[in-house]
Design a protein around this ligand. Structure first.
Ligand code: ATP
Length: 240
């Protein structure tokens, strides 16, 4: 069970970017974090992972974060990733192995087999020796998902993974995430495209600075509940 308790963040020391967000995920699944622009979705993820200063905490099976840090894989927003870093696709995926290694340990043949399998799973093996800078947005996102595969993490956090990527990449990634869920993983996705929400997510965290609603997708994804978070923006989206 994963629990977020009273999570609050203030970047400026005055106004809160997120305020007192609490929810409890009882079982593995794919959880969507949705809300309007600036609602604090990315901030919530970063606070949960202790990447920014915050109040409140996330626990997993009643354990504090420092005791399950190795179980976490995080793919930040694409805009925050340095594409120009000189590294091949296979090397990029292999970085996912390091949370479970000591820094001086070399990768073994078995490790490289894991990298190969992960690249196969996202249909990117033929690109293994390419530089990451040569990939399309969708291909790069598939490589980042392969990196989380080799990490064998229990908790996976993806911030807007489908922004600016092609339909095929999105389908490949979603299919893989479903397999990961079947293996008992908890997958958190910050997502803004409301048209896919019902297909993609088991549960929703709906927020607008504060938590507006949390629960199964069919319960939360209701016009009157969404309107509490999106207000006028929902009218523009047209009859969700
Ligand atoms: N590093 C920062 N310093 C100061 N303010 C920040 C910082 N990062 C985010 N904010 C502010 O915190 C609020 C929440 O931002 P956040 O990026 O978490 O929202 P979001 O829901 O992920 O938005 P979007 O859908 O537009 O990506 C916004 O008002 C934003 O301007």
């Amino acid at each position: 069970m994963l629990e977020v308790q009273k999570m609050s963040v203030s970047y400026t020391g005055k106004q809160l970017a997120i305020e007192d967000v609490s929810f409890k995920i009882e079982q593995p699944g794919i959880i969507g974090v949705i809300g309007p622009n600036g609602a604090g979705k990315s901030t919530l993820l970063k606070a949960m992972l202790n990447l920014i200063s915050h109040q409140g905490e996330m626990t997993f099976n009643q354990k504090k974060l420092k005791h399950f840090q190795k179980e976490i894989a995080y793919v930040e927003q694409k805009s925050a990733v340095d594409y120009t870093f000189p590294i091949t696709v296979a090397e990029c995926v292999s970085l996912g192995l390091y949370p479970n290694k000591r820094f001086y340990q070399r990768l073994t043949k078995k490790d490289w087999q894991k990298v190969t399998q992960a690249l196969e799973a996202v249909d990117m093996l033929t690109f293994k020796n390419n530089q990451i800078g040569e990939l399309s947005g969708g291909q790069f996102q598939r490589v980042l998902i392969a990196r989380t595969l080799v990490q064998e993490a229990q908790l996976i956090f993806l911030d807007e993974p489908f922004v600016g990527i092609d339909v095929v990449s999105e389908e490949i990634i979603m299919e893989l995430l479903h397999q990961m869920k079947q293996q008992g993983k908890y997958i958190f996705i910050v997502h803004h495209d409301l048209s896919k929400v019902v297909d993609y997510f088991d549960q929703l965290v709906l927020m607008n600075r504060q938590l507006i609603a949390f629960g199964n997708t069919e319960e939360v994804f209701q016009p009157e509940i969404l309107a509490k978070a999106f207000g006028q923006q929902l009218i523009v989206l047209g009859g969700v």
